[in-house]
Design a protein around this ligand. Structure first.
Ligand code: MF3
Ligand code: CO
Length: 259
């Protein structure tokens, strides 16, 4: 589990997170109907390398097959870990982007769901509610309080809107490695450590229009909803430092929720 020891370390992670959000600010306007997801990945790899970072997802091993891209692009019923391909974004798609940067050993992680062109009202709704779930979770982060408060806040908002919560994947400690303790589930479950100064973690609600059940495709990575209904995903990297909650990755809502 990450425990920041000094100001220099938090500054390292702050800078990595700012860089990742700056990348998204340039990327989001490019994610339009017609673009191939592999083109997005190539753009991301180039951007991160020219900025002096390392794309942490590229070659990352969670299971046997290393992840083959710098960004996860998960469309509609794809929940997370969608692999960039020749597939083109289409009008009406909900496109979830998830990316991380290693900048000088400090790791950031952020995800955003983008509406391609005109989308249905039900997509607009799940995207806004999932975004709100993220901020409800962040509001529950209080130094000295317990971690599962986050999970309760996310769960309550999702369930009160009739949505399913993905249980098999969750947020996580981050900062020196992409995935560290603790697990940050989107429903109260498992360990419930105190939120101490120096902790850095990713909160990432994955919310489904139907049930929370998911399956993994034959590519060994892409997680899809079992009922083929839409899923949305938003994520910030957050720290508890000097008794305060700091959201280290930056807001992108002004680019996403344009209508
Ligand atoms: N951002 C994802 C997460 O939070 C990680 C993607 S897995 C990778 O779990 F292999 F693509 F890196
Ligand atoms: Co994450």
């Amino acid at each position: 589990m990450i425990r920041l020891k000094n100001e220099k370390q938090i500054n390292g992670i702050r800078t990595s997170c700012k860089m990742l959000s700056a990348m998204y600010r340039e990327l989001i306007p490019l994610v339009k109907p017609g673009i191939q997801t592999i083109e997005i990945d190539q753009w991301v790899q180039t951007w991160i390398k020219k900025s002096g970072g390392v794309p942490v997802f590229l070659g990352y091993c969670m299971k046997k097959k290393p992840y083959p891209a710098a960004i996860c692009i998960s469309i509609n019923d794809e929940v997370i870990h969608g692999i960039p391909s020749k597939r083109r974004i289409r009008e009406g798609d909900l496109v979830s982007l998830d990316c991380g940067i290693d900048l000088g050993g400090f790791i950031s992680d952020q995800a955003v769901s983008i509406e391609a062109g005109k989308v249905s009202d039900e997509i607009k709704k799940i995207n806004r509610i999932t975004n709100e779930c993220l901020y409800k979770g962040i509001e529950a982060v209080k130094a000295g309080d317990r971690l599962l408060q986050i999970s309760r806040a996310v769960e309550k908002h999702a369930r009160s809107n009739g949505y399913g919560i993905v249980e098999e994947f969750c947020g996580h400690g981050v900062g020196f490695e992409l995935h560290e303790d603790p697990h940050v589930p989107n429903y109260p479950h498992g360990a419930n450590p105190k939120l101490n100064n120096g902790m850095v973690f990713a909160i990432e609600p994955m919310i489904n229009m139907g049930t929370g059940a998911v399956e993994i495709l034959d590519d060994e990575w892409t997680v899809v909803t079992a009922d083929e209904k839409i899923s949305a995903h938003w994520e910030h990297t957050v720290a508890v430092f000097n008794g305060k909650t700091e959201v280290l990755t930056e807001p992108l809502e002004d680019l996403v929720f344009v209508n």
